[in-house]
Design a protein around this ligand. Structure first.
Ligand SMILES: Nc1ncnc2c1ncn2[C@@H]1O[C@H](COP(=O)(O)OP(=O)(O)OP(=O)(O)O)[C@@H](O)[C@H]1O
Ligand SMILES: [Mg+2]
Length: 256
């Protein structure tokens, strides 16, 4: 039964997509049958794994209305064990669709019921809007949530906002979802703010924190344009090594 981890943060640009894509690819490289789901209509995770054909994303979108399309929504990636459900690209732009979606926050949960046993891990990328329709679908169907925390000023304020929103969604939908962990991202060794955020996180939220800290890396930043996650493109790089370490932590501790 696939363990489902949703990557969530109320703040934009904190490393949700990079984390979703590299964690999913690293899990697949470690022999885990993995499904990456792009629940951000911007489709960054979809593009990051080299899928530019929008047909499957359209199937995901249509599946909201025609539930028989389950098999058509899954695409292949550059890794045999990594499958992808690309973003439903136009879902938020089409005014007609949201009205017909009222009450369908459990759509993704119902869709995944057909695939869950085919995967060991399901990783879901979301947009920086946890209360949005697609993100709520993602949260409802997940066992746990991973929150990236960028090493920057006001990081803890955005963490508080994200946790508050998650608690509201959890209560409203009676969920058992757990916190897989908070992941420090874009850490610059020696930089004052980065060091302060890491020290502070280790002091105040140590038990909720992944030990892994993802470094700021130019190669990670550039990797979206390769159409292949950095863990595939350059496994020896520091950014890829960070995500391999996170993957080991998740596998070893059963986090997620
Ligand atoms: N560890 C890192 N080192 C350097 N650049 C990074 C790192 N992680 C992410 N980035 C870059 O920061 C930007 C934001 O990352 P990403 O797209 O993963 O964030 P996001 O939280 O998914 O953003 P959004 O909220 O817009 O979806 C991207 O340009 C990405 O390449
Ligand atoms: Mg993103």
């Amino acid at each position: 039964m696939g363990r489902t981890i949703c990557i969530v943060s109320q703040k934009g640009g904190v490393g949700k997509t990079i984390t979703a894509v590299n964690l999913a690819a690293a899990l697949a490289s470690a022999g885990q049958r993995t499904l990456l789901i792009d629940c951000d209509p911007q489709g960054s995770a979809t593009a990051s794994v080299g899928i530019h054909d929008i047909k499957t994303g359209q199937a995901f979108q249509r599946a909201f209305q025609e539930t028989d399309l389950a098999a058509e929504v899954i695409a292949h990636s550059c890794l045999e064990l990594l499958k992808v459900i690309p973003a439903p690209l136009e879902i938020m732009q089409n005014d007609a669709i949201p009205i017909s979606m009222v009450g369908k926050e459990r759509f993704l949960h119902a869709l995944l019921a057909r695939f869950r046993t085919d995967f060991d891990y399901i990783i879901i990328d979301t947009a920086a809007a946890p209360a949005s329709f697609l993100a709520v679908n993602a949260i409802i169907t997940s066992d746990s949530v991973l929150i990236p925390l960028q090493c920057e000023l006001l990081a803890f304020q955005s963490l508080r906002h994200t946790l508050r929103t998650l608690i509201c969604i959890k209560k409203k939908h009676h969920l058992k979802i757990k916190l897989a962990g908070v992941l420090l991202t874009m850490y610059d060794r020696g930089e004052d703010i980065s060091e302060r955020i890491v020290r502070s996180a280790r002091k105040h939220i140590r038990h909720r924190l992944f030990e892994t800290v993802i470094p700021r890396s130019t190669q990670l930043r550039e990797s979206a344009s390769f159409g292949r996650p950095l863990v595939v493109q350059n496994a020896a790089s520091s950014g890829a090594q960070g995500y391999f370490q996170l993957t080991k932590e998740i596998l070893a501790k059963g986090k997620g």
